[in-house]
Design a protein around this ligand. Sequence first.
Ligand code: HEM
Length: 403
Amino acid sequence: MQNLSRRRVLTLGAALGLVGVADPARAWAWSSADSIAATDTVTDPWGVWDDATDPLVASLLENGQIPAVNTAFESWINNGDPVPGGLPADLSAYLQRVNGLPSWADQAKLNRGAQFNNRMSMYLFLLYGLGSGIMSTVIPREARNVYYSEGGADMKSRAAKTFTYGYDLSAADAFQPSGHFVVTSNKTRLTHAAVRHLLPQSPAWRAVTDDQDFLPISNGDILVTFHSLGTYVHGRLSSWGIRMSSAEQDAYLHMWQVALHLLGVRDDFIPASWAAARRQSSYVLTPILAPTPEGRNLADILFGLTGQIDLGVTRGFLHEFARYVLSDTIGDWLRLPRDLVARGLIEVGWPAYVAFREGLSPVVPNGFAMFDRLVRGLAMLFLNNGTSATYTPITIPTGNRPS
Ligand code: HEM
């Protein structure tokens, strides 16, 4: 665990728009009274994995059945599709049980969330991509898990699969029978269960992992990642002064609550409000952020991938934009080279661009076309992956990164 001082944690939290009282000691003290389950208990989520899924996937891996499962999954795409035939009976029975929305899901809120996603799409893709995506490389366990897992050796394909998840979550019909998100979540949950079985067999991963991470991707780890996505993005949109009604904010949270449930997070860990989410985030996410060699390598590859499409800006500009949305502390950790001219443009131009787009200022700012091309380019990166023939389905891994 990192040993950041309380002051440093507060400063970093504030820079990320994740304000709150942080506790670098990171003892779990978050009462489930503030959760979906609303039970006043304090259970450590770092000691909870996915009992319903892990033993099943472990036995499928041990019996060599995963390749056939992946093949059967190729035609299983829409939420309304029946569970495919030809699966092992225990997997089929499991999927019949989990392949649906939780009883507390509110379809009206999910629909409002979909409209909100649509209205915010440009900002969301930018923030998920350059904010959360790069932040994931300074979440040490996540960076190491990704690096040493099978997908770590082919980040282009891994990024494409992650885009599939983001695209399916953000689609207008994400939770409807014609949407994909419930199925995509189930495939992701099974993938995580496979990683829990496979990574402990990797000598390279075992050599670098911390003692508490002997079994990866606990409920606590998934909550950390949720805060680097939903809570962080919500905080950034607020700090940019973007108009969001309380119903919209509530709907955006609800979408993530359902997403967490579908990934196997227990309801007593899922925050019931943004205030509760921010409190949880202030001591589960901010204090653990730190650089690792694996994370630096992944960040470098991710910047290289965005550099393969023409966003109309230089790589130096992209580095500075990531610094701008994530803080210079994180930029320094990742050793992102400085480009102070680009930074000057961003500091002045981005707030003006947002104000103009949001109708808060009538003045077309300098650099409007450049920012517009950047946000549209990043959105297209997501949308192309989601809609083109190269749609990259999520497949369950059968091994680790080759050493
Ligand atoms: C795989 C999403 C949390 C580690 C995946 C995939 C998705 C995904 C969509 C499938 C894509 C692929 O196979 O590359 C999420 C979401 C999370 C979350 C939405 C939380 C909200 C975590 C956490 C960790 C983690 C906390 C580790 C600490 C991994 C690894 C893979 C994976 C190692 C498999 C890569 C491979 O070998 O192919 N995740 N994840 N994930 N995830 Fe997560």
